[in-house]
Every structure is written in structure tokens, then in C-alpha cells.
Design a protein around this ligand. Structure first.
Ligand code: SF4
Length: 247
């Protein structure tokens, strides 16, 4: 059974939520003309946003973090976006020397040893490349939704990050059913791993399938406590955000 079969459902208020998301994106593109980027994890929500950007021909750049640890199905979406929409995705990779040093010092399974080492790995492979993606930009667009986890329950449509940039979350009030209804209706390309019970997809070593009834993000850093389960990209404390994280 595919993710579309499982989740695509039109529920009350979908048309209004879609219209609102479009208005949020259109207004942000205009307000931050030439200085706004969609930071896409290439997950289902982000593919919806990319489709909206393409559909409305919005002047919003696309950027992604290629951590070097992604599934090949995730990386393949970069060229699928180019083929489908004619849009180029800026690819930000970690500094090779930093990765080599980290792995040499801590091993290639360090993320499982402690939260500090896991966050350090996210810092090198995600946070530092993100800082390059956002350099010189006034706003970024994410696929955060309030429903994704307790930690994200208060996500606003527009926030300010710890560097004073606007952080735009057009799908903040969307449900998982909304996301898949949009994908099904508009034939949006998506990661086939979503068909294998992976609703939230990150780096390969740190992502697993979830079981029926498990929390949406239960398959991410599943060996850690719930409160620790953010890579730092969407945590506002400066100390966390710049140590050394696309959710
Ligand atoms: S998600 Fe895992 S592999 Fe990816 S950067 Fe974070 S700790 Fe490293």
C-alpha cells in the first residue's frame, strides 16, 4: 500500500488551508524578493512547497543539505525536481576536512554513542552547510507543521530565527492527510521511502520505519529521548544552533 493510499484524504477546511499557504508564500516572495530560499529536506511537505513555488512561478530559490549520509532515493529527488519543474536546487555539502576529522576521531557510528556526538555530527553535516545556504538571505521557507511532534506544536506561519531572519512555515496548520491529498491531486514527485512507513526521512543511519500508532517522528533518532530529537535546524537557542543541522 502506498503512502497516497494510506494517507491522502480531503478533510474539512483543506481548500482554505491551501489558499492560506499560497498567500503566505506569495507574500513572503514579494516581501523578501531575491533574498528568500526554501530549505528543502526533500520530504513530503517540502515537495508540496516546491510544487507551489513552481506552480505560482515564485522567485524563491531552492536549497538542500546533502549531508553525505542521505538515502539514494532522497538524493534522486534533486534531479527529479529539475526534470519536473525545470528548477535547480542549490546543494550544500559539509566541509570534507571536518567530516574526515570527525569520523577519524569519533568513528562512523558516533551518533549512537551520545547526544553530544550526534549533535556534533548534525552540526558538521547540517548546521554549518545551512549557515552557508542562509548567508545573505533575509528569509527561509520550511515544511514545519504543528502536527509533526510536540516540540513543533507552536509553529507559526511566520517566525523570526535567532539570526533575525524570517522563517516562513506555510504548512504550519496542515495535517498529514492534507500533505498527501495535495501530492495525490497534483501528482507531486515524492520519496519512495515514504511508501515504506518512513514519514520523516533524514540521514540513512538516523532514520527507521515506524510502526502503526507510533509518533510521526518516532523513526528519527529513535534511541534518544523525545526532547532531544531535533537536529538544531529548528531550535532557536544560539548555543545549539551553531555548534556543531534539514529536519
Ligand atoms: S542525522 Fe545522523 S548522520 Fe545525519 S548529520 Fe545528524 S547525526 Fe549525522
Amino acid at each position: 500500500m502506498s503512502a497516497i493510499d494510506l494517507y491522502a484524504r480531503k478533510t474539512t477546511g483543506f481548500d482554505e488551508r491551501l489558499a492560506h499557504a499560497e498567500n503566505v508564500l506569495i507574500a513572503a516572495a514579494s516581501e523578501h524578493l531575491g533574498r528568500i530560499v526554501q530549505s528543502t529536506s526533500l520530504g513530503a511537505e517540502d515537495m508540496v512547497i516546491t510544487d507551489l513555488i513552481a506552480r505560482h512561478q515564485l522567485p524563491i530559490a531552492l536549497g538542500t543539505l546533502e549531508t553525505g549520509m542521505l538515502h539514494e532515493q532522497t538524493v534522486a529527488l534533486i534531479s527529479r525536481i529539475a526534470e519536473r519543474y525545470g528548477l535547480e536546487v542549490e546543494v550544500y555539502k559539509p566541509v570534507t576536512e571536518s567530516v574526515i576529522h570527525f569520523v577519524k576521531t569519533n568513528g562512523d557510528k558516533a551518533m549512537f554513542e551520545s547526544i553530544d556526538l550526534r549533535k556534533a555530527c548534525c552540526g558538521i553535516r547540517k548546521l554549518e552547510p545551512l549557515s552557508r545556504m542562509l548567508a545573505g538571505r533575509a528569509a527561509w521557507v520550511t515544511g514545519l507543521r504543528r502536527e509533526q511532534s510536540n516540540n513543533r506544536g507552536v509553529v507559526g506561519f511566520s517566525e523570526t530565527d535567532d539570526k533575525g531572519r524570517a522563517k516562513i512555515n506555510p504548512l504550519a496548520d496542515w495535517s498529514w492527510n492534507d500533505v498527501w491529498h495535495y501530492i495525490a491531486t497534483h501528482d507531486v514527485p515524492y520519496n519512495p521511502l515514504h511508501d515504506e512507513f518512513m514519514p520523516s526521512i533524514g540521514c540513512a543511519p538516523c532514520t527507521r520505519a515506524i510502526a502503526v500508532g507510533e509518533d510521526f517522528r518516532a523513526g528519527r533518532w529513535w534511541w534518544e529521548d523525545e526532547k532531544a530529537k531535533e537536529c538544531g535546524l529548528h531550535v532557536s537557542e544560539p548555543a545549539v544552533s551553531m555548534i556543531g543541522a534539514q529536519a
